[in-house]
Write a protein that binds this ligand. Structure first.
Ligand code: BG6
Length: 466
C-alpha cells in the first residue's frame, strides 16, 4: 500500500449514504489494511458537529451494522475529522481548502485527495462549481513535497443529472475541471461480485456463449424488486423516482453486461467501450411502459402529498443489432413489493421435448443470475422423473456465490468502489459515453412520463395489476 497520505473528503457526510454504506465500507477497508497508513476521512456537511460528535456518529453507524457483533472501531474512527460547511457557500469551500492545506502541512507532504459527492443530484452542479472556484481540484498548495505526484479524483453517485441535457451540461462542467481518468461515476451494481461474474461466466463458458443469440434466446427478464418502501429516503426519492433511481443506471448496466460483445481483453477502456456500444443500440417499446406508485407513498416523510413520482415501472427494451434484434429485454423494478429479488433470467427458446403423448408441452431452459438477496447462478433444466413413467420434471443446477464469497472475503460493492477509485481503476465505473447513452434511452420516456397513467398498487403486492 502506498506510503503517500490519502484524504477522503465526503460531501454530505451526515447523510443516509455515508451512514448506511460508506462508513462501513471504509471501516472494512481499514481493517483489511487496504487503505494507506496515513488516511484521513474528512466529513463535510452542514450539521454543526465537532470532531468528537462525528466520531460518535460513525461509531453508531458501525454499531448498527455490526448487529451486536463486537467491533473495535476506535483506531478507524480516530482517522476521521469533521469540517462544517454549507454545500452552497463559497466561503465554506475556501475554509475547507484551508483546512486540507493545514493537514497537508502537518503531514509535511501533499496528500492524494478523493472527493465523494454523497449529496442529492440536484446539488452536483453547485458542488462542482464551488470545487473549481475554490481551487480544490488541484491536489494542494504549491511548495509541498510530492506536489507533482499527488492526484485528486472525484466520485459521483447516480443519478448523474436528471435527463440527457442536464447530464451533458454536468459533463461539460466536470470535463473543464477534471480529466476523464479523474472522474468516477458510481453504479455500485457494477461493483458487485455477481455482476462482474456475468462477464467471466459468459465469455469463459462456450456452452452458453454459443447460444448467446436471438436464434436461441427467447427473452431476457431483468428484475429489481425491493420489499422496502422509501423509508427515510423520501425527500431524495420523490425528486428522482424508480426509473432514474435504478432504471437509468443499474438495470441498463445489467442489460449491457448481458448484451455486449466480447471485449477481448479485460481492460477498463475495452469493457466500457463495449458496454457503451451496446447501450447505443437500445430502443424502448413505448407501448410496453407501465408506471406505478404504491398506496401510502404520498404519506411518506419527505414526499409531496400530491406526488406523481413512480415507485414502480416495467418496460420492454430491444437491442437493435444482428445478435439481438427481436429478443425482448423486460425490465421491471419497484419498491414495497412482495419480494426482494434482483435477478437476470435468460429464457432459452423451448425445444420440442422427447416426452410421452399428452406431455408434449415445450420445455424451456432458463439461466438465472441472482444478485440479491442471494448471489447465485442457476440453470433450470428438465430431467426424467424417477419411476415407471416417462415424465419430465424441472431441476436446478446452481452455484451459490455468497458461500464462496464468504470463504474468500469478497469485498462488498462500496468497498470495491472506494478501493478502485483509490487505485485509479475505472473498470467498474460508468464512462461519460455510457451515461450519455443511458440518458438517451431514458429521456424520451421521461418526456412522456407524466402523460402515462400512474397505477396504484398495494404494499407487499406484485405491483400494478393490469
Ligand atoms: C440504490 C438505489 O442505488 O440501490 C436504491 O438508490 C436501491 O433505491 C439500492 O434500493 C439497491 O442496492 P442494494 O445494493 O441494496 O441491492
Amino acid at each position: 500500500m502506498s506510503a503517500k497520505p490519502l484524504t477522503i473528503v465526503i460531501f454530505g457526510a451526515t447523510g443516509d449514504l455515508f451512514q448506511r454504506k460508506l462508513a462501513g465500507a471504509l471501516f472494512d477497508l481499514h481493517q483489511k489494511k487496504l487503505l494507506p497508513e496515513r488516511t484521513e476521512i474528512v466529513g463535510f456537511s452542514r450539521k454543526p458537529f465537532s470532531h468528537d460528535q462525528f466520531h460518535a456518529f460513525i461509531q453508531n453507524a458501525l454499531a448498527a451494522r455490526a448487529n451486536g457483533k463486537i467491533i473495535e472501531p476506535e483506531e478507524f474512527v480516530g482517522k476521521a475529522l469533521y469540517h462544517q460547511g454549507d454545500l452552497n457557500s463559497a466561503e465554506s469551500y475556501a475554509s475547507l481548502g484551508n483546512f486540507l492545506a493545514e493537514r497537508d502541512r502537518l503531514h509535511g507532504t501533499c496528500s492524494d485527495k478523493l472527493f465523494y459527492l454523497a449529496v442529492p443530484p440536484n446539488l452536483y452542479e453547485t458542488v462542482f462549481t464551488r470545487l473549481s472556484e475554490s481551487g480544490l481540484a488541484i491536489p494542494c498548495a504549491p511548495g509541498l513535497p510530492n506536489e507533482a505526484q499527488a492526484w485528486t479524483r472525484v466520485l459521483v453517485e447516480k443519478p448523474f443529472g436528471n435527463n440527457e441535457k442536464e447530464a451533458s451540461r454536468l459533463d461539460r462542467m466536470l470535463g473543464r475541471l477534471f480529466q476523464e481518468e479523474q472522474i468516477f461515476r458510481i453504479d455500485h451494481y457494477l461493483a458487485k461480485e455477481a455482476m462482474q461474474n456475468i462477464i467471466s461466466f459468459r465469455f469463459s463458458n462456450g456452452l452458453f456463449e454459443q447460444l448467446w443469440h436471438k436464434q436461441h434466446i427467447e427473452r431476457v427478464e431483468i428484475k429489481f424488486h425491493g420489499k422496502e418502501d422509501v423509508s427515510t429516503r423520501g425527500s431524495f426519492y420523490d425528486g428522482v423516482g424508480a426509473l432514474r433511481d435504478v432504471g437509468q443506471n443499474h438495470l441498463l448496466q445489467m442489460l449491457a453486461l448481458i448484451a455486449m460483445e466480447n471485449p477481448k481483453e479485460l481492460k477498463a477502456e475495452r469493457i466500457r467501450k463495449e458496454r457503451a456500444k451496446v447501450l447505443g443500440k437500445v430502443t424502448v417499446n413505448q407501448k410496453s411502459i407501465v408506471r406505478g406508485q404504491y398506496a401510502g407513498y404520498r404519506e411518506e416523510k419527505g414526499v409531496a402529498s400530491d406526488s406523481t413520482t413512480e415507485t414502480y415501472f416495467t418496460l420492454e427494451a430491444n437491442v437493435q443489432n444482428t445478435r439481438w434484434r427481436g429478443t425482448p429485454f423486460i425490465l421491471e423494478s419497484g419498491k414495497a413489493l412482495q419480494e426482494n429479488e434482483v435477478s437476470i433470467s435468460i429464457f432459452f427458446k423451448p425445444t420440442p421435448c422427447l416426452c410421452p403423448e399428452g406431455h408434449k408441452r415445450a420445455h424451456q431452459n432458463v439461466l438465472t443470475f441472482s444478485l440479491s438477496p442471494k448471489e447465485e447462478i442457476s440453470v433450470l433444466f428438465w430431467a426424467k422423473r424417477p419411476g415407471f413413467d416417462f415424465q419430465l420434471e424441472p431441476k436446478r443446477l446452481s452455484f451459490s456465490f455468497s458461500e464462496d464469497a464468504l470463504l474468500r472475503q469478497v469485498p462488498n460493492a462500496y468497498e470495491r468502489v472506494l478501493l478502485d477509485a483509490v487505485r485509479g481503476d475505472q473498470t467498474l465505473f460508468a464512462s461519460t459515453e455510457e451515461v450519455k447513452r443511458q440518458w438517451q434511452i431514458i429521456t424520451p420516456i421521461l418526456e412522456r412520463w407524466q402523460k402515462l397513467p400512474l397505477h396504484s398498487y398495494l404494499k407487499g403486492s406484485a405491483g400494478p395489476q393490469n
